[in-house]
Design a protein around this ligand. Structure first.
Ligand code: GCW
Length: 680
């Protein structure tokens, strides 16, 4: 090779290596690189939103010229945020009734390109897209001191100390990533809210963020502390019927809208886990919510009022939200939406849906999913959550909901979410909020193609298929090795990372202890919520109530949620409950072993940095799966007094060793392998 060519060859290799090495996950699913030619993109006028759309297309679109048109009369896309893409031989036309619809359309076109799913010929049918929910919102549980409650991806994105003067480039990148998947709202702060968020000083900072997010179609909302009029306003009470309190809120809201004219409204956690609320003054949740809603109404603001309430009473925790909220049906004003967690307890790996959905027909409702993996291995385990959210929609029709919220898993980590695969949950949340009918497989397919491969075209089909399979199975694997057959809340107290089915801390609330949920004894295991027990089944519609109430018809994935089942009870497989429990735990472990193999087989198609990082996380997940299986089975064996089936992998731990292990982490950390290896 001539010297010049040789040098050129070397520099090409260097470029390739730098490109590959530069993969740190920071670009999320937006990794397209510019085409060689500059394609003509035309927009109807200059505006911040349309300029972004044009810039995105100019940067990444590699096809024929694209024209964006506002079409106020566009029929098929009833929502102003919807769009239509028509492709012809010489150009592509995107139309929408709004600028933001055109931005969504542009991102959609780029997604089709990146996933190699562009309509192939000019005869292709136009693509119409309309969001299923008007409000698609992230809930950040970010505290003002920079920590994130149940966040496992570093610190809060919001640098409150630096705002409003210094702006992190991440603010724009965040808005862009959200817009690319259709998310259009964000609650910036934790539902355990500090009253300071409404101080003049913070409102100035929030205004700056709102200004950055606006062109991307993202509206800002805030979580508020119900006692703010006392703490910030110096009033003696926060009673929602008190005139001074009402006046205080009206003034505060006026001040907010003066700074942020398109402010979205409030999210409220009241009278829950120690937070103040209207019940402190003998008022109902509806009275509290309506007072705020009335003050927001002139500005078109809304209140999202959480139904996550429970207290250490005799009533089964799974029944409490329904008991407290259902009687308030019809009492909430028109700009209040009751925000309900998908399940009746608390974001467990599997729960039946919350029976409060559909039980308040005269009240607007929205669902709250948890994107951050508080109960699914933090940012150490792969848990693709689209299948879990789709499971919810098997029971609750999206048409009955006003909005959808997801507790964010985003932080300052370079890869945003702590685990590269956890980005897929941010992505899936947005895609399903836009269209809950998309299949989990389609979403996994899209995410993998856009995010993970060095080159989509060169990636072998079988590798892609097995990675998809890994994603689709990942949540079920966690259910298997953590808490199968309807078991729930076996987590260590406080941090919710590892297993502690034995946990019993004297003086602590019983409904925070695992034994409250599993109720293992010599007869059997499980929470009797049937008509002979807490009767939580009563809260479900007739057909489901009958199904769940009967130990023989209750779906096995919910069996120990609804029944206390004898160890010797025979399940549909012909095995006893004890045997089946052992097999499920073991199957979960085997699934993770398989995930490791699948991952290793993908090595040639993934950059080395992310390949190794994910490989290391899978090692943690593997050991955790064994830890979970051993801890739970050895502990429950004390009650069942039965041996393990020979066919399963036998324990490698001693129960008393595991019981001694305490993981020294807070609510805000994800343990690393060193910490974990020291205790298991
Ligand atoms: O699941 C529990 C979490 C708390 C959280 C609470 C809630 C924000 O452990 O950390 O507090 O739910 O949803 O309000």
């Amino acid at each position: 090779m001539k010297r010049r060519n040789y040098l050129l060859f070397l520099s090409m290799i260097a470029m390739f290596v730098t490109r590959v090495a530069a993969e740190d996950g920071s670009r999320l699913w937006l990794r397209q690189t510019a085409g060689d030619s500059i394609v003509h993109i035309s927009i109807p006028r200059q505006s911040p939103t349309l300029n972004i759309a044009a810039e995105e297309l100019r940067k990444d679109w590699k096809g024929v010229p694209v024209e964006l048109h506002i079409d106020k009369k566009q029929e098929k896309t009833k929502s102003a945020e919807g769009f239509c893409i028509r492709s012809g031989k010489d150009k592509i036309i995107i139309t929408s009734r709004s600028e933001i619809g055109l931005l969504y359309g542009s991102y959609h076109l780029l997604r089709l390109q990146a996933t190699h799913t562009l309509p192939s010929s000019e005869s292709a049918q136009p693509i119409y897209e309309v969001p299923a929910f008007k409000l698609r919102i992230l809930n950040h549980w970010d505290n003002l001191d920079g920590t994130v409650e149940r966040g496992y991806a570093g610190q809060s994105l919001w640098k409150w100390d630096e705002l409003p003067d210094k702006l992190s480039p991440r603010y724009t990148e965040y808005a862009r990533a959200n817009a690319s998947i259709g998310i259009n709202g964000t609650v910036l702060n934790n539902v355990n809210a500090s009253p300071q968020i409404l101080s003049e000083e913070y409102l100035q900072k929030i205004k700056t963020l709102a200004d950055i997010f606006r062109p991307y179609g993202i509206r800002v909302f805030l979580s508020i502390n119900f006692a703010t009029p006392i703490v910030l306003g110096g009033l003696p009470t926060a009673d929602p019927l008190d005139k001074d309190v009402i006046h205080w809120w009206k003034q505060k809201i006026k001040q907010i809208y003066h700074l942020i004219p398109d402010f979205g409204g409030f999210l409220v956690k009241a009278n829950s886990e120690g937070q103040p609320g209207p019940c402190d003054y003998g008022r109902t949740h509806a009275q509290g919510a309506n007072m705020l809603a009335d003050a927001l109404k002139p500005y078109k603001g809304i209140v999202m009022w959480r139904a996550f309430v429970y207290s250490p009473t005799d009533a089964d925790r799974a029944k409490q939200a329904y008991l407290e909220f259902q009687p308030l049906n019809g009492q909430f004003h028109s700009n209040v939406i009751v925000q309900i967690k998908n399940g009746p307890v608390d974001f467990q790996p599997r729960e039946p849906y919350s029976p409060l959905f559909g039980a308040m027909p005269q009240t607007q409702q929205m669902v709250e999913f948890q994107i951050t993996q508080e109960y699914l291995g933090f940012s150490n385990h792969i848990a693709f959550l689209a299948p879990m959210w789709k499971e919810f929609y098997n029971f609750v029709s999206p048409t009955t909901l006003k909005a959808v919220a997801g507790v964010s898993n985003i932080g300052t980590d370079t890869n945003w979410c702590g685990h590269h695969f956890a980005q897929a949950n941010w992505y899936a949340f947005g895609r399903l909020a836009w269209n809950p009918h998309l299949s989990s497989e389609k979403i996994a397919d899209e995410w993998l193609k856009q995010t993970l491969y060095i080159n989509v075209e060169n990636t072998k089909d079988e590798v892609h298929t097995s990675l998809k399979q890994l994603m689709l199975e990942s949540r079920e694997a966690i259910v298997n090795y953590m808490m199968p057959l309807g078991l729930h809340h076996l987590f260590a107290w406080g941090h919710h990372y590892g297993p502690q089915p034995w946990c019993n801390i004297a003086g602590t609330r019983p409904d925070w202890m695992p034994s409250y949920y599993h109720k293992a004894d010599e007869q059997g295991i499980g929470f009797n919520r049937s008509s002979t027990g807490s009767n939580a089944v009563m809260q479900y519609p007739d057909s489901l109530r009958q199904l769940y109430n009967n130990i023989y018809t209750c779906p096995e994935e919910y069996l120990l949620w609804f029944h206390h089942v004898p160890w010797t009870h025979t399940l549909s497989s012909g095995f006893t409950l004890w045997e089946e429990l052992c097999k499920h735990y073991d199957h979960g472990v085997q699934q993770v072993r398989e995930f490791q193999k699948i991952w290793n087989s993908a090595q040639n198609y993934i950059d080395s940095t992310r390949f190794v990082e994910i490989q290391s996380k899978l090692k943690i997940q593997m050991r955790d799966a064994i830890w979970w299986k051993d801890a739970c089975l050895l502990y429950f064996q004390q009650f069942s007094k039965k041996s393990f089936p020979y066919s399963i992998e036998q324990p490698i731990h001693e129960l008393n060793e595991l019981q001694k292990a305490i993981l020294p982490i807070s609510n805000f950390e994800c343990p690393d392998s060193k910490l974990l290896n020291a205790i298991r």
